[in-house]
Design a protein around this ligand. Structure first.
Ligand code: UGA
Length: 436
């Protein structure tokens, strides 16, 4: 089928490439000339495991352009995958979505289905449809359907090719048939629901996961107080299939481009409807506090951080991505710098982006974990990269001046640190070799 995809971020590009890999003729549209130039050469502008390889294999079915009109005029299906960033008041900024909708209304010269993949507040698909019909230039039928995205960064290609579910939100038969054809070769459960329900499924799913994490983080904090171990607790909880054993990892809070934004957006939407979602508001509050958990622990060992050499392992919001959005490192590092610390940061892919955001003053960016740990008075782990999880923990002892390791992602089992002389603190577990 002839498909256009608007936006080449995580959602748009991964969707475009996966659809092309299934044999569809896909044109990806972006306003950024430089990005389009890279993609034309088969280079992915985003770091996402497996994406470059699949992109290169599927280049025969892929076109990249900045010329939106030419892509939309004869497409049977047009996916909208542009960003819906958070506005100051927490609501979703829909201006990019509407820009695409306007361009489609002007350009479409054949009957087509506009598929909204971007995460948008409930009721937006209705408004987009009305907007397109109002602005449309040619006498063709343009349908709007919702098809929320459930991919996670770092596993986006796998999550798309082997989706947990494909949700098709429409009240009409034609877009339903078209979308079932688009996804014919995808092996995943396909659900057709009302458009507003599809929009809500997306928010309700993301916010439920965020809630689950905040809940586990609060239980973890309590475990520390009462002498229980969060890993043993979540292990025991996970055997109950009603709870499930995924997304129960305690840590220094969720980040990324989705959970923080989508929890605030739903909370805002509820308030706007004179309702209140107290559980989600609590999840947001808990997450904000959780980000400072390691600094609080560090204060036990150092009154302040003035002139201390601090190693930071990992700065992205999770492993497998160079994305820093809402990463706990972004709130912790400025605090440490403000307090006069000297930092050595290591991250396998996130440092360039971090440098652009935070700068270089009092920060040394390191090409190896060893370089970051050298002579450090303290080490913080913000991201559970495999390189950190698999390293010989004795390096903390041999390289650091004072081997105090505070791990915000529970990368190691506690027994690795017994009798090592390394003080190891984590989330929801006892501190090994604590200094009294
Ligand atoms: C999330 C959802 O998992 C996807 O299903 C959804 O499609 C996506 O948002 C989206 O709306 O686009 P993503 O933000 O890429 O995906 O990453 P996650 O793997 O969900 O992790 C989000 C944050 O939660 C990370 O900071 C991670 O460290 C944290 N997390 C995750 C925990 O602290 N504990 C856990 O058990 C799991």
């Amino acid at each position: 089928m002839k498909i256009a995809v608007a936006g080449t971020g995580y959602v748009g590009l991964v969707t475009g490439v996966c659809l092309a890999s299934k044999g569809h003729d896909v044109t990806c549209v972006d306003i950024d000339e430089a990005k389009v130039g890279l993609m034309k050469q088969g280079i992915s502008p985003i770091y996402e495991p497996g994406l470059s390889e699949l992109m290169q294999e599927s280049m025969g079915n892929l076109t990249f352009t900045t010329n939106a009109a030419s892509a939309y005029e004869d497409a049977e299906v047009i996916f909208i995958g542009v960003g819906t960033p958070e506005k100051q008041d927490g609501s979703a900024n829909l201006s990019y979505v509407y820009e695409v909708a306007k361009e489609i209304a002007i350009s479409a010269k054949r009957d087509c289905v506009v598929v909204v993949k971007s995460t948008v507040p409930i009721g937006t698909n209705d408004k987009i449809e009305a907007y397109i019909h109002d602005k449309q230039k040619h006498n063709v039928k343009i349908y709007v359907a919702s098809n929320p995205e459930f991919l996670a960064q770092g596993s986006a290609v796998r999550d798309t090719l082997h989706a947990s579910r494909i949700v098709i939100g429409t009240e009409d038969e034609y877009p339903k048939e078209v979308l079932l054809k688009v996804y014919e070769k995808f092996d995943a459960p396909k659900l057709t629901v009302g458009r507003r329900s599809a929009e809500m499924i997306k928010y309700a799913s993301n916010d439920f996961l965020a809630l689950k994490i905040s809940y586990v983080n609060e239980i973890a904090n309590l475990c520390e107080g009462v002498g229980a171990d969060i890993e043993e607790v979540t292990d025991g909880m996970g055997y109950d299939s009603r709870i499930g054993n995924k997304f129960l990892n305690a840590g220094i809070g969720y980040g990324g481009s989705c959970f923080p934004k989508d929890t605030k957006a739903l909370s805002w939407l509820a308030q706007f409807n004179d309702k209140e979602i107290r559980t989600i508001r609590a999840a947001i509050e808990v997450n904000e506090g959780q980000k400072f958990r390691l600094i609080k622990k560090a204060k036990k060992y150092y009154e302040d951080f003035l002139f201390l050499n601090i190693a930071i392992l990992g700065c992205t919001f999770k492993p497998g991505t160079d994305d820093l959005r809402e990463a706990p490192s972004l709130v912790n590092v400025p605090l440490l710098l403000e307090d006069g610390a000297k930092l050595r940061i290591w991250d396998p892919v996130g440092m360039e982006n971090f440098k652009k955001k935070v700068g270089e003053k009092n920060i040394q960016y390191c090409t190896s974990i060893e370089e970051a740990l050298k002579d450090a008075d303290l080490c913080f782990i913000f991201t559970e990269w495999d390189e950190v999880k698999n390293m010989d923990v004795n390096l903390y002892k041999t390289l650091m001046k004072c081997p105090i390791v505070l791990d915000g992602r529970n990368c190691y089992s506690l027994d690795k640190f017994e009798n090592t002389g390394i003080t190891y603190g984590s989330i929801g577990r006892r501190t090994v070799n604590d200094i009294e």
